[in-house]
Design a protein. Structure first.
Length: 213
């Protein structure tokens, strides 16, 4: 089975199962197309390490934000791009020290935010490596606590991929979570050129038909 089919299978299963624990991101109907929101659990390997929890996530169309969105430490959104938002909740005995989302395509402007109902521990550092990963590191999110909002932007529409969570010695996989796909937003100038091209082709076709009649 191909990777895309595996991811689609997990996505379908996820949509059919309402998360038992879900915060504002997971239940936000203003997400992209009204369906790009959810909650994905993670468990460390080995489970005896105590790392366990879930990641709420949502993707928003350009110009749309979670209710009450406010960038931490003056974080400024990227205009005209999709907003990818996440929030980690630790329910196990270990402390969550890192959340990392796989990036196969373009992304930029990583940071933290708060919003209505979305508060928690801010990351000590964040790092976005293009076409690799977006990673937020923490001093340690303890049992029953959460991260604040984790965010980056992309000109590309979402697809499903995976994330990894880490404590000081255990790694957990969260699958699926959203990440930018290879499909991007046409720039206004490109869209205008495409429309002009279609109009030009249509005009040429009508001129040829008139000559033939």
């Amino acid at each position: 089975m191909s990777q895309s089919r595996v991811l689609s299978f997990f996505f379908a299963l996820f949509l059919c199962a309402a998360p038992a624990l879900a915060g504002p991101l997971a239940t936000d109907g203003t997400s992209y197309q009204g369906v790009w929101n959810g909650s994905t659990s993670y468990v460390g390997n080995p489970p005896s390490g105590g790392l366990a929890g879930y990641i709420d996530w949502a993707v928003y169309a350009p110009g749309v934000f979670p209710a009450g969105f406010a960038g931490v430490a003056g974080y400024v959104p990227t205009p005209g791009e999709y907003l990818y938002a996440y929030q980690g909740y630790e329910t196990g005995a270990a402390s969550l020290t890192s959340v990392s989302v796989v990036l196969d395509n373009a992304a930029d402007n990583i940071g933290n935010f708060t919003a209505t109902g979305i508060t928690g521990q801010a990351s000590a550092s964040s790092l976005l490596l293009a076409f690799d990963s977006a990673t937020w590191s923490f001093s340690g999110v303890l049992t029953g606590a959460s991260t604040d909002g984790l965010v980056f932007f992309s000109p590309n529409a979402p697809m499903m991929t995976e994330a990894t969570t880490i404590d000081h010695g255990t790694v957990g996989l969260a699958l699926p979570v959203p990440s930018p796909s290879s499909s991007n937003i046409p720039e206004p100038s490109s869209l205008a050129l495409a429309v002009c091209g279609v109009i030009g082709l249509a005009g040429a076709w009508f001129r040829r038909r008139r000559k033939c009649t």
